[in-house]
Design a protein around this ligand. Structure first.
Ligand code: NDP
Length: 338
C-alpha cells in the first residue's frame, strides 16, 4: 500500500529535499500541492510533476491522500496540522511545530485524539554522523558526558532572506529556525533533556523588525552536563560542528550541522584517535522512511510530536532568557498531556 502525500506549502524545502525524499520511497507518492495562491500552486505542481494543485486546505484534505507534509511559514503550521488531524490525515510537520509550545501541545493532543501519526521534521536526527555519536555516547565510549558544544552559525542563502529575517509574526528569527534543531540534536545525541538555558541574541545586520540573526545559548541538562550552542544567519565563513566531551574521551564532529549526509566524527580517547564510520543515507529520505513505517504501525517517526514540543519549549526558553537577561527553566509540560 502506498502513502499518498499532499504538500501543504509550495516551499523551497519541499522543492529542494522533501519531494525527492518522498519519491525515493518504494511506497511514496505525491498526489497534490496546496499553496495560498492558485497561480503558485499550478506553477509549482507543473515544475515538480505533481498531479493536482489546490489553493484551499479543505480541497486538499478532502482529496484522496493519506498524509500531509506541512512546510508553510511557521505561524500556519498549527491550524493546518489541527485541520489535517481532524480530517484523519497523518502529519509530518516542519519545525518549529508552532509559534508556542502551548500550541504544539495542542497539535500533539489532537493527533492522539484522531489516531494519526504526527512527526516533526528534525532532519539532523537522521544524519549518520549524529546517530554514530549517539551510539558512541550510549555505549560509554567517552565515559561520563560532561560538556557539549554546537557550532551551527551559517550564512542564510540569499533566496531564503525573506520572512525569516523580516516577519516576526511568521515566526522569523534564528532561534525558531536553528536553535530548535540544536536543542533537538543535543537531546538526541546525549539521550538527555535540557532543564534550563541562558541566552544572548543579536541582530548583526541581516535581520530587521526586531528579529535576531545570531544567538548563543548555554544549556544545563538533567544529568548535570552543560552545553553551548551558537546559531547564526550572518557568518559567511564559519564551519559547523558538534562536540561532546566526556570523562574518558571526546567526540569531535565537523561539518555535520547540515542538510547533507556529510562531515566527519572523530573519537579521541587515551588509546588514540578513531574516525567513526557512518552511513551516508539522505537525511530527509530517512525521515520519510521512518514516517512511512510509523504510518504502517511500525515504530515512531524519527522525531515525534513530543520531540517537537521539546525543541520548541527549549527555543522559547532561549528567547525568554535573551529578552529578560535571566536563566529560564525549560518545561515541555508533557505530563499535563496524559
Ligand atoms: P519558503 O519561504 O520557501 O516557503 C514558505 C512559504 O512561503 C510557502 O509555503 C509559500 O506559501 C510562500 N512562498 C514561497 N514562494 C513565494 C513567493 N514567490 N511569493 C510569495 N510567497 C511565497 O520557506 P522554506 O522552505 O525555507 O521553509 C518552510 C518551512 O520549512 C519552515 O517552517 C521552515 O522552518 C522549515 N524548514 C525546515 C528545514 C529542515 O531541514 N527541517 C529546512 C528549511 C526550512 P504558499 O504555500 O501559500 O505558496
Amino acid at each position: 500500500m502506498s502513502v499518498k502525500w499532499g504538500l501543504i506549502g509550495a516551499s523551497t524545502i519541499a522543492r529542494q529535499f522533501m519531494i525527492d525524499a518522498i519519491r525515493a520511497q518504494p511506497d511514496g507518492e505525491i498526489a497534490a500541492v496546496m499553496s495560498s495562491s492558485a497561480e503558485r500552486a499550478t506553477a509549482y505542481a507543473r515544475e515538480n510533476g505533481i498531479p493536482a494543485a489546490v489553493s484551499n486546505l479543505d480541497a486538499l484534505l478532502g482529496s484522496d491522500i493519506d498524509a500531509v507534509y506541512i512546510s508553510t511559514t511557521n505561524e500556519l503550521h498549527f491550524e493546518q496540522a489541527l485541520a489535517a488531524a481532524k480530517a484523519g490525515k497523518h502529519v509530518l510537520c516542519e519545525k518549529p511545530l508552532a509559534l508556542t509550545s502551548d500550541d504544539a501541545r495542542k497539535m500533539v493532543a489532537s493527533a492522539k485524539e484522531a489516531g494519526i501519526v504526527l512527526g516533526t521534521n528534525h532532519h539532523l536526527r537522521n544524519a549518520g554522523a549524529h546517530r554514530a555519536m549517539r551510539d558512541a555516547v550510549a555505549a560509554g565510549r567517552i565515559g561520563n558526558p560532561i560538556a557539549a558544544r554546537v557550532f551551527h552559525s551559517v550564512y542564510l542563502p540569499e533566496n531564503l532572506q525573506g520572512w525569516r529575517i523580516a516577519r516576526p509574526e511568521a515566526g522569523g528569527g534564528v532561534v525558531l529556525d536553528i536553535t530548535v534543531h540544536d536543542a533537538d540534536t543535543l537531546r538526541f545525541v546525549l539521550g538527555d533533556d535540557p532543564v534550563e538555558v541562558s541566552a544572548f541574541t543579536q541582530s548583526a545586520g541581516m535581520a530587521g523588525s526586531g528579529l535576531e540573526d545570531g544567538a548563543m545559548c548555554v544549556w544545563r541538562f538533567k544529568s548535570g552536563l552543560i552545553a553551548q550552542s551558537h546559531e547564526g544567519f550572518t557568518t559567511r565563513f564559519a564551519d559547523t560542528g558538534f562536540e561532546v566531551h566526556g570523562s574518558q574521551g571526546s567526540l569531535i564532529a565537523r561539518n555535520v550541522m547540515t542538510q547533507q549526509p556529510a562531515g566527519s566524527v572523530l573519537l579521541r580517547t587515551a588509546s588514540g584517535e578513531e574516525r567513526l564510520s557512518f552511513d551516508r543515507e539522505n537525511l530527509y529520505a530517512r525521515s520519510v522512511r521512518g514516517f512511512h513505517a510509523a504510518v504502517r504501525g511500525e515504530g515512531q517517526p524519527s522525531a515525534t510530536g513530543e520531540d517537537g514540543i521539546w525543541s520548541l519549549a527549549a527555543a522559547e526558553a532561549a528567547l525568554q532568557s535573551a529578552a529578560s537577561g535571566k536563566t529560564v527553566k525549560i518545561d515541555p509540560k508533557l505530563g499535563s498531556m496524559n
